[in-house]
Write a protein that binds this ligand. Structure first.
Ligand SMILES: Cc1cc2nc3c(=O)[nH]c(=O)nc-3n(C[C@H](O)[C@H](O)[C@H](O)COP(=O)(O)OP(=O)(O)OC[C@H]3O[C@@H](n4cnc5c(N)ncnc54)[C@H](O)[C@@H]3O)c2cc1C
Length: 419
């Protein structure tokens, strides 16, 4: 079923135009060809021929996207992107996420897209030439290496990987895991604790992100970690053993590492939640579509009250998720500092709502729901993962409560829910 997209009264003409043109491409060129574009997701064994056909199909769509001027919404125009402001980008994401893998054919592929944004913002001219441009051109791949097996990812201050300054080099030692895209990556952006006696921070251990080519001696990609029953994945365990890179590979200044990571994660959560909204939308459409046609016990599923309950509850989950996300996006766009509280709230709410909607859609489809013929199985696992990635629920709950309590302690009145 194609996604239905019509102009939204409350948004500007430009954003509506981007949404409508994105939907036209998705409906005409991506949705009807999903199985051909992503055969491996349907469990098809990849022969050279099938792989080449799928790749050619994806390239064909990329060219159409570029011709339509919809390539790389997250990148500034000077780097070949659309240079979209925050809100239009958020509104575009829900449509991109509706179709399997569509974002990648619009030039947005995590973790490369996050690294591109960080390099564009914090990179020196030399770093941009060396790392950003090849990443954009697709001649290089990258990963973001922050989480460590021995330390809590939800408490970034506990990170132990060190970067010791020795002359004109950083010497990096540490143990990371879940560095996504680690198998393909040509370089990682590694979050380290700096030990830089020459810097303004002295030896106080401020955080710094360092660009590390994956072929540097001492970088050991131990394994692709198996997840959800698969024997392997591209989320890698990596040991950094006395890895030496030039001091110029630091991204931004020492002490700016957390800020750069928050740049990636903070507003990024809104984009991710709009992705979840788009995927929920797809799951919802699939559920209703099936309910309209599947006959059980002498009647269609749509006429059974259990199923009507699924449809109604999913409608509510989708509407609330979307409204929360857009409200937070408007606050971010307006520079409202309270947006942080809303971002945490939606980071908890939306992945959970997404899980519920997909869960119901799977139930309605029965065995087909868990088969590779439909995208629901992958969505289900993705939705569950979102509840712990990007800051687990508990961390965001603590943040919401802290912000609210601080507000009331100041004695400035009740929380203003209208804004
Ligand atoms: C598929 C996938 C891809 C990923 N990709 C990347 C990547 O590319 N790069 C990267 O660096 N990382 C990546 N990660 C790692 C991810 O960011 C971390 O898993 C996440 O930050 C949580 O850290 P942790 O796993 O160490 O859990 P922990 O920090 O150990 O937390 C475990 C649990 O403890 C609970 N908890 C935490 N704090 C509190 C508290 N204060 N009070 C009560 N309970 C609490 C929560 O329930 C939490 O889920 C990825 C993870 C997954 C699953």
């Amino acid at each position: 079923m194609p996604i239905t997209v019509t102009p939204i009264n409350s948004v500007d003409d430009f954003t509506n135009d981007v949404r409508l043109r994105t939907a036209a491409l998705i409906n005409e060129h991506v949705l009807p060809r999903e199985a051909e574009l992503w055969p491996q997701r349907q469990g098809v064994a990849l022969s050279d021929e099938i792989r080449a056909a799928a790749q050619a199909g994806r390239e064909d769509i990329k060219q159409k996207v570029k011709q339509a001027g919809l390539w790389a919404p997250h990148l500034p125009q000077e780097y070949g992107g659309m240079g979209l402001d925050f809100l239009p980008h958020a509104y575009m994401n829900e449509i991109l996420a509706y179709a399997v893998g569509a974002a990648s054919m619009f030039g947005v592929v995590a973790p490369n897209s996050g690294n591109q944004k960080i390099l564009a913002k914090y990179g020196t001219e030399e770093q941009k030439q060396k790392w950003l441009l090849p990443l954009i051109e697709g001649t290089m791949e990258s990963g973001f290496s922050m989480t460590e097996p021995e330390n809590a990812g939800s408490d970034p201050r506990s990170l132990k990987t060190t970067a010791r300054r020795e002359g004109n080099e950083w010497v990096i030692n540490g143990h990371k895991w879940f560095t996504s895209n680690g198998i393909e990556a040509d370089f990682f952006i590694v979050m380290c604790r700096a030990d830089d006696p020459t810097g303004a921070e002295g030896r106080s251990g401020s955080m710094v992100q360092i660009i590390v080519p994956t072929d540097t001696p001492g970088v050991d990609i131990v394994r692709g970690i198996g997840i959800w029953g698969s024997p392997t994945s591209d989320h890698c365990e990596v040991i950094y053993d006395n890895v030496r890179v030039p001091v110029d590979n630091a991204l931004g200044r020492v002490g700016q590492g957390h800020e750069a990571a928050q740049d990636r994660l903070g507003a990024g959560r809104i984009y991710h939640c709009m992705n979840s909204v788009g995927q929920m939308w797809r799951a919802f459409d699939l559920m209703v579509e099936r309910a309209l046609t599947r006959e059980v016990h002498g009647g269609l599923l749509k006429d059974k009250q259990f199923i009507q309950g699924f449809i109604a509850d999913s409608y509510i989950d989708l509407q609330t998720s979307r409204m929360m996300t857009i409200k937070a996006a408007e606050k971010v766009d307006a520079g409202d500092p309270e947006a942080r509280t809303d971002i945490s709230a939606l980071k908890i709410y939306v992945p959970a709502a997404y899980s519920r909607v997909v869960d119901r859609a799977i139930q309605v489809w029965g065995a087909a729901g868990v088969s590779n013929d439909l995208p629901l199985g992958r969505m289900y696992l993705g939705a569950r993962t979102l509840r712990l990635a990007d800051g687990p629920d508990e961390v965001h709950k603590i943040l919401i409560a802290k912000n609210v309590v601080r507000h009331y302690e100041k004695g400035i009145g009740s929380w203003d829910f209208a804004h």
